[in-house]
Write a protein of this length. Structure first.
Length: 176
């Protein structure tokens, strides 16, 4: 009986086109690659209701330049967005509208509570103000402040990007 062949030895290429290809090809897991792509291609839907919106506007200006994080282009329909930024006070009358916007947002989707009013109702302690949007929709990241500084919003955005990268993006394999 013939002896089994030994396993092939790895070939080291030190010159020519194949050597160049070795530097150009990156091997990774599909899940990590999708996570990387998703976290740098965020399309925010600004649900802006009050004064925090001024800070949101400054995020796209050159000193802060949110485009560095791949999250500049706002979409004004939830069907083309994946991040709902709730910016400002949400009243009880606006709450069903926010809930519907969240339901219409494409999957996968994330939510940022932008400022004290969206996170907790802020200093409004009355029957007309929703004391935190997490009473009606799930929130992924809270940005504190009244209003939050743009640096704080960028910090929250980076925290969300880390969360997106860690999430599973591909369905689990079927049971064997
Ligand atoms: S957190 Fe402050 S700045 Fe933002 S909407 Fe509320 S009151 Fe206005």
């Amino acid at each position: 009986m013939a002896k089994p062949l030994p396993p092939p030895r790895p070939r080291v290429v030190s010159s020519g086109e194949e050597a160049l290809l070795g530097d150009a090809v990156v091997l990774t897991q599909l899940d990590k690659a999708i996570g990387w792509a998703r976290k740098y291609s965020i399309f925010p839907y600004p649900f802006a209701t009050a004064c925090c919106a001024m800070e949101y506007m400054s995020l796209s200006m050159s000193p802060y330049d949110i485009d560095r994080f791949g999250a500049l282009l706002p979409r004004f329909t939830p069907r083309q967005a994946d991040l709902i930024m709730v910016i400002g006070t949400v009243t009880m009358r606006q709450a069903p509208i926010l809930k519907r916007v969240w339901e219409q947002t494409a999957e996968p989707k994330w939510v940022m509570a932008f400022g004290a009013c969206a996170s907790s109702g802020g200093f409004y302690d009355n029957y007309t103000t929703l004391p935190g949007i997490d009473l009606i929709i799930p929130v992924d990241v809270y940005v504190p402040g009244c209003p939050p500084r743009p640096e704080g919003v960028l910090d929250g955005l980076m925290a969300l990007q880390r969360k997106i990268q860690r999430q599973p993006h591909t369905p689990p394999p079927p049971p064997a």
